[in-house]
Ligand binder design. Structure first.
Ligand code: SF4
Length: 472
């Protein structure tokens, strides 16, 4: 494993970075419950919590049911203002006493750390996911990265326990170079793990868009110099603080594209609900123009337009389906239509993961499938691309179908079946497409709940052993 590497910029990189500028941003963040409990939150936003809610939440403070110990509370003015007119998105950022009723779940959902060869990097077959920052402008209560954002200690596969560290340019570039050199000199596959080139990097966290332009630009150019073919930015900033997508940011992107036109750039945005981007009237209805087109929240529309106007950037939305936030086919149908209308793609909908306290947020797998399928009725072929995915320890898995009828001749299928398909195994590309069929269990919220009803499992979802770490 590379340690304490030096990193020297190329002249081309340096020239690009010298063009980058930043302006200060005023996110007007309310951090924690204390401002609400003490009444020091801005007067017009104090009503985000009722006095009853504050009494309950205050009573849990410093107990083992303290909601802030599980996941820090944070909201921007922009989002709090949208939330005033939307119970669904209030639920997204407002802490609730129910969150800590049952703390069952994993501190490392998906055993992600099994894939971490360098601190801050998860290497999954052709793709690397980097933690570049450990916070976001606001915090979703159901966050899959609560262990990162709450800075919790995580047990790694080798038994050591430590907080998740952040990626650093010298170490990451050294790892990419050394891995890809070994792949190239071995005819296209790594001699030890058999994987192909590491060619795509997802900047994640936390939200990379809380970094300033200079830091983002430094990552982009260092990755481009290391031969990364495609850069993805995973962000919810367009919902929390769309003003971040300002002229200096777009100028930085343009400068990057001028310097490295061969590198693909993809924004993976994260909207749960149309209330996060559609303008509403005071009576809670979406505002339409005289032809019936829905109006976007102006700042969010500008941010989306700014990305989509650059034809070399793609934008894809992905989101979990979460109890009382977006378990609503009508909301999801509007969201998918609007995303595609403006030019963004609908990528994945996710079943909830086994995070700590998942029972407060997750809905059953079969119900998620029903909701998404219902939402896609009436959508056109280009609008209904999104799949329902559930991230198994073995990799991303699609919930392909749920049947109501038995499969003739298949014992155990009397109540119908769920068909699952392995979309990707981070350790082995050849596993894609393998299928698993389980008998239905309408209450199942995680794979464990199907353990007694496995009917066919060429994907090996129910005979999975954790990845054994290679010696580095
Ligand atoms: S934006 Fe993503 S990483 Fe940030 S709090 Fe929400 S779910 Fe977690």
């Amino acid at each position: 494993m590379p340690v304490s590497q030096e990193y020297t910029r190329t002249a081309k990189e340096q020239a690009f970075l010298e063009t980058v500028t930043d302006i200060p941003h005023k996110r007007e963040i309310i951090n924690g419950l204390a401002p609400f409990l003490k009444g020091t939150a801005p007067e017009d936003l104090q009503s985000l919590y009722s006095s009853d809610e504050l009494v309950q939440l205050g009573g849990l403070k410093d107990s083992n049911r303290d909601v802030e110990k599980r996941m820090p509370v944070k909201v921007t003015r922009h989002f709090a203002e949208l939330a005033k007119n939307s119970p669904a998105i209030q639920k997204l950022v407002k802490a609730s006493p129910d969150e800590t009723l049952d703390l069952a779940g994993s501190e490392d959902p998906g055993n992600q750390m099994d894939y971490s060869p360098v601190e801050g990097l998860l290497h999954k077959y052709e793709m690397g996911l980097m933690y570049v920052v450990s916070t976001c402008s606001a915090h979703c209560r159901f966050c899959y990265r609560e262990e990162l954002i709450a800075r919790k200690e995580i047990e790694r596969a080798d038994g050591t326990v430590a907080k998740k560290g952040m990626a650093k340019i010298p170490e990451i570039v050294a790892y990419i170079n050394s891995f890809n050199d070994a792949v190239e000199s071995n005819g296209g596959r790594h001699p030890d793990c058999g994987r192909e080139k590491l060619r795509e990097i997802l900047l994640s966290g936390g939200d990379p868009m809380v970094l300033n332009n200079a830091k983002l630009a430094a990552w982009f150019s260092a990755l481009a110099e290391a031969g990364i073919e495609s850069i993805r930015v995973g962000t919810k900033e367009m919902a929390f603080y769309p003003q971040r997508f300002d002229d200096t940011f777009f100028a930085m992107l343009d400068g990057f594209h001028a310097a490295y036109p061969e590198v693909g750039m993809h924004f993976m945005v994260h909207f749960e609900h149309p209330d996060e981007f559609l303008a509403k009237s005071d009576d809670g209805e979406y505002i339409k123009d005289d032809k019936g087109f829905l109006a976007w929240v102006p700042e969010t529309g500008r941010a989306m337009r700014g990305l989509l106007d650059r034809g070399w950037i793609t934008v894809e939305n992905q989101t979990p389906i979460i109890k009382d936030i977006n378990d609503d086919p009508d909301a999801l149908r509007i969201m998918q239509r609007e995303m595609k209308r403006v030019g963004a793609d609908n990528h994945y909908f996710f079943c909830g993961r086994d995070i700590v306290a998942y029972k407060a947020f997750n809905i059953p797998i079969e119900e998620s499938w029903r909701i998404l399928n219902e939402s896609q009725k009436g959508l056109s072929g280009v609008e209904n691309h999104a799949k329902l995915s559930i991230t198994h320890y073995k990799g991303k898995t699609e919930v392909v179908a749920v049947t109501n009828e038995p499969i003739p001749g298949l014992a155990g299928s009397e109540n119908g079946v769920v068909i699952l398909k392995l979309l990707r195994n981070p350790a082995d590309a050849s596993e894609r497409g393998k299928i698993c069929i389980v008998g239905r269990n309408p209450e199942a919220a995680w794979f464990d709940d199907y353990e007694d009803s496995v009917l066919f499992d060429e994907a090996g979802l129910f005979s999975y052993n954790r990845l054994v770490k290679e010696e580095s």
